[in-house]
Write a protein that binds this ligand. Structure first.
Ligand SMILES: [Zn+2]
Length: 66
């Protein structure tokens, strides 16, 4: 594997799961071309929602322990 040369993301360590998040099958198994297309469509919406959630959770946590 030569993936170690890949640069890390600055703010978030984004580990990709071993399973496809679209069809829930192993990424190394089967064809996920359509999955990645679906993912790209979802991503713009989902990613914003996800990030908003993360920010909200973080804000809540900080407030809870403050
Ligand atoms: Zn898939």
């Amino acid at each position: 594997m030569t993936q170690q040369t890949r640069p890390r993301l600055a703010s978030h360590s984004l580990d990709l799961p071993n399973h496809c998040d679209i069809c829930n099958k192993a990424r190394s198994h089967g064809n996920h071309k359509s999955c990645s297309r679906i993912r790209q469509q979802r991503q713009s919406v989902c990613w914003e929602t996800y990030m908003a959630n993360v920010e909200a959770k973080r804000a809540k946590k900080v407030r809870r322990y403050a």
